[in-house]
Design a protein. Structure first.
Length: 292
């Protein structure tokens, strides 16, 4: 049996009991380490699980999936992924491969940012499409994600924005020369994401969005003891420094107009200034249940 096991969001103790049973009994256990990361290192996971983990990098997961699946038709093999197994399309792809090889598989779910984003007080059924923002370079500045945000805004819905991570990435020269030399890991901060959003709006203006009248919420290290949430207008949040947002990993929400007074009050507890309630009142016509 091939098992795809979600690890949750934070540390070694977030695994489910069912997932832990699989880890302890499987013949081989792989740890996928590029679509996201936990807040603890591999050694700490191995100490808690009581067994060795095989690190599965991007190359292995995307191009050598047969090596991971090998033998799982006659023995138990597990691939551990941060969050929930279906939080990334890569994991659906490996299951399609298992199905094509007639390998039985089982999914063990866990918490992911897709549902834990509710910690900021915005109601999950008010969310539309999720988007990912990649790091821009001097020569590559994709902004198709902005159109998805605007589509959500047109329906009054919130947008969960996943911020880029770069783990085991090669620069253009090393990639072109086939050299297995990798750049240090990088994790996009809300400050960088907001800067790119504002720049994209300058190139593709929308009457539904502007730095002064668009509300956002940033989330850092969700599920951990160092979790930090901030809310305000894009303009207010853009004025903060990187240290103000807390340590990675980060995500954020662009807030839609379909706001409930309870959302105003709950997320308002994280406000960095007056913009949160002012924009909600003056632009969206919504005030908190406290009448402010």
């Amino acid at each position: 049996m091939f098992y795809l096991v979600g690890l949750g969001l934070c540390d070694e103790k977030d695994i489910t009991l069912r997932g832990l049973e699989v880890v302890k009994s499987a013949t081989r256990v792989y740890l996928e380490a590029y679509t996201s990361i936990l807040m603890v290192n591999k050694d700490r996971l191995e100490e808690f699980y009581g067994r060795e983990l095989i690190l599965a990098d991007r190359d292995m997961v995307e191009t050598e999936s047969d090596a991971i699946l090998a033998g799982s038709d006659s023995a138990d093999v597990a691939l551990l992924v941060v969050g929930d197994p279906f939080g990334a399309t890569t994991h659906a792809d490996i299951l399609l491969r298992a199905r094509a090889l007639n390998i039985p598989f089982r999914i063990i779910h866990n918490a992911s940012i897709m549902n834990a984003v509710g910690a900021c007080g915005l109601q999950l059924y008010n969310f539309g499409q999720t988007v990912s923002i990649p790091f821009w370079t001097e020569t590559w500045k994709p902004d198709s994600w902005l159109a998805r945000i605007v589509e959500n805004m047109e329906k009054g819905m919130h947008t969960l924005v996943l911020l880029d991570i770069k783990v085991k990435e090669q620069n253009e020269e090393n990639l072109a020369r086939g050299r297995k030399i990798y750049e240090p890991p990088r994790y996009m901060s809300p400050q960088t994401a907001i800067s790119q959003i504002i720049s994209a709006l300058l190139s593709s203006p929308s009457p539904l969005m502007s730095p002064a009248t668009t509300l956002a919420v940033t989330l850092s290290r969700v599920g951990g003891t160092a979790q930090k949430i901030l809310s305000g207008s894009l303009e207010e949040l853009a004025a903060l420094g990187e240290a103000d947002f807390g340590d990675p990993l980060h995500s954020m929400v662009i807030v839609g107009s379909r706001l409930h007074p309870m959302e105003i009050d709950y997320a308002g507890e994280f406000a960095v200034g007056e913009g949160w309630r002012k924009v909600a009142r003056d632009v969206h016509g919504v005030v908190g249940e406290e009448g402010v």
